[in-house]
Design a protein around this ligand. Sequence first.
Ligand code: PNS
Length: 167
Amino acid sequence: MAASTTSITAIYPGSFDPITSGHLDLIARGSRLVDRLIVAILRNESKRALFSVEERAEMLEQVLKPYPNVEVGSFAGLTVAYAVERGANLILRGIRAISDYEYELQMALMNRRLQPGIETVFLMAGETYSFVSSRLVKEVASLGGNISGLVPPLVEQRLRGRIAQRS
Ligand code: PNS
């Protein structure tokens, strides 16, 4: 049987406020499975973020330099609409624990209803990072806890700077 030549472009949507080592682990593994991976930051005006979308994009660009088939984008509105706009045929999401599953399943089924041609693929988060979230990292950092290794070093630096500015 001839090998398929269809190229796979995936989008990995999220808030990335900021990118954590868990996100990075997922991107590293996801990037090996697809031809092109677009890390897509949601522009969500209703959610108060620590970093602007531009700051988040800049951090992602820096951290993702070693991955030649990974690019960074941002979008407002529906994830599936952005996927179509970027020619993506797959949505990548990570599952850390069973508690993530229900929300992720709902989103995946809604996205499939909205755009049946686009599949959601889940990767299991690396066990080292299964407890890591942007929300917890921000909380721990703002309370003076050690977040080293939970986010890339550049992000740790930026987090410390932002928290110092705010206090
Ligand atoms: O990292 P997050 O905050 O868990 O990511 C959530 C995200 C961005 C994937 C989700 O909120 C989303 O897709 N928002 C875009 C709006 C949308 O498409 N809603 C319908 C999906 S069910």
